[in-house]
Design a protein around this ligand. Structure first.
Ligand code: PLP
Length: 388
């Protein structure tokens, strides 16, 4: 009997060791891991660069309060500023803290401008921004909110792709639109570039802020450092997490000057956020992602993987409905419930994870090799062949 509270439907398998794209289970089997902690281990398991960084830093200094200047944090913030739209960065420990802080910063901006009633945030129905009370009601999916009322007010919603519906939802109380640039848990739904461009224009016109949740799709996952870069737009606030820590819990909110103008000492804080140990890892993730050809390879491998998956879809048109995604953020939408399919993949030593709309998520590490992708394709083909 486990003493762990029953919040997950856990698979009966555990691992003793990981290296790159592979996990070694306690049952002696070797698995190709295309979950990677749900897009967290962007450099795979037990990456040499990250191992060295954390060992070196752990001997110097783990944690000091944000009451002091933390040089490793200054360094990572500067680099994120150089690589993105951001002028300032605020460090947290997880995705939900980053999205929650993003909401706070948007409200705070209008408050500081003397418009405290301009505080409502528009989100997409059945999206995913985390599990705090505010973010479950921002996400507005029954699965997340059931049993957790009273509702946290302040969020309005529209359906994915419904631009007209979105326009109707905007009022003079709207402070921001917050969407995932690519919906992860919602089923790897890519917001088309033209829609992102329209969102930016609409926010400018209505004088509201654009928040793009890149907790899952950011940090190189799509082949650009940030997913919004594909649409050549500049958001106002971007929460990030997952990949930036490469397996160490790090979250952050990126903001532009305008949003930063509403923030002063005491407005927000975090005990652990941005401690030296976490920052040494974050800085090393950036070192590796910006090595020559790294992002190029993500684009190349992502394209190859998706092309081959589309061939698989054509070969098994009754099983696979659609191949979704960008770069190495990939979803295989099936015609029926994917649970059994995922189990079959696991029986054949490929680990994947589900998302809404019968989607099987394929999230290899960003440094996955073509050979490993081919191995995954072989397993996928075998499972399709024998699937009824
Ligand atoms: C995972 C995720 C979150 C929440 O992150 P946690 O670290 O689990 O709190 C928020 N937004 C998106 C888009 C995510 O994928």
């Amino acid at each position: 009997m486990s003493a762990i509270l029953d919040t997950y439907n856990r698979k009966k398998i555990s691992f003793k060791r990981g290296k790159g794209s592979f996990l070694y289970a306690t049952n002696g089997k070797k698995y190709l891991d295309f979950v990677q902690g749900i897009a967290v281990n962007c450099l795979g398991h037990s990456n040499d660069h990250l191992n060295r960084a954390i060992q070196k830093q752990s001997k110097k200094l783990w944690h000091v309060s944000n009451a002091f200047i933390i040089p490793e944090q200054e360094k990572l913030a500067k680099r994120l500023k150089q690589k993105t739209f951001a002028d300032y960065v605020c460090f947290q420990n997880s995705g939900v803290e980053a999205t929650e802080a993003a909401i706070k910063f948007a409200r705070r901006y209008f408050y500081s401008k003397g418009q405290p009633r301009k505080n409502r945030i528009i989100c997409i129905n059945n999206s995913f921004h985390g599990r705090s009370l505010a973010t479950i009601f921002a996400s507005n999916s029954k699965k997340l909110t059931e049993g957790f009322y009273p509702k946290v007010d302040g969020f309005d919603h529209f359906n994915f792709g419904d631009y007209k519906g979105l326009k109707k939802t905007i009022t003079n109380r709207t402070a921001a639109i917050m969407v995932e640039t690519i919906m992860g848990e919602g089923g790897i739904k890519v917001i088309p570039e033209f829609f992102l461009k329209e969102l930016r224009k609409l926010c400018n016109k209505k004088k509201i802020l654009l928040i793009l949740d890149e907790v899952q799709c950011g940090i190189g996952r799509t082949g650009k450092f940030m997913a919004y870069e594909h649409a050549k737009i500049r958001p106002d606030i971007v929460p990030i997490a997952k990949g930036i820590g490469g397996g160490f819990p790090i979250g952050a909110v990126l903001v532009n000057k305008k949003v930063a103008s509403g923030i002063k000492p005491g407005t927000h804080g975090s005990t652990f956020g941005g401690n030296p140990l976490a920052m040494s890892v974050g800085n090393t993730v950036i070192d590796v992602i910006f090595k020559k050809r790294f992002l190029n390879n993500v684009r190349k491998n992502g394209k190859y993987f998706q092309q081959e998956l589309k061939k698989l879809k054509d070969k098994y048109p009754k099983i696979i409905k659609e191949v979704r995604g960008q770069g190495l953020l990939i979803g295989l939408a099936l015609y029926s419930d994917q649970t059994n399919f995922i189990k079959k993949l696991m029986d054949n030593k490929l680990l994947t994870v589900k998302a809404s709309e019968n989607v099987v998520r394929l999230l290899p590490p960003l440094n996955v090799t073509k050979k490993e992708i081919n191995l995954a394709l072989k397993i996928l083909n075998k499972v399709c062949e024998n699937y009824k």
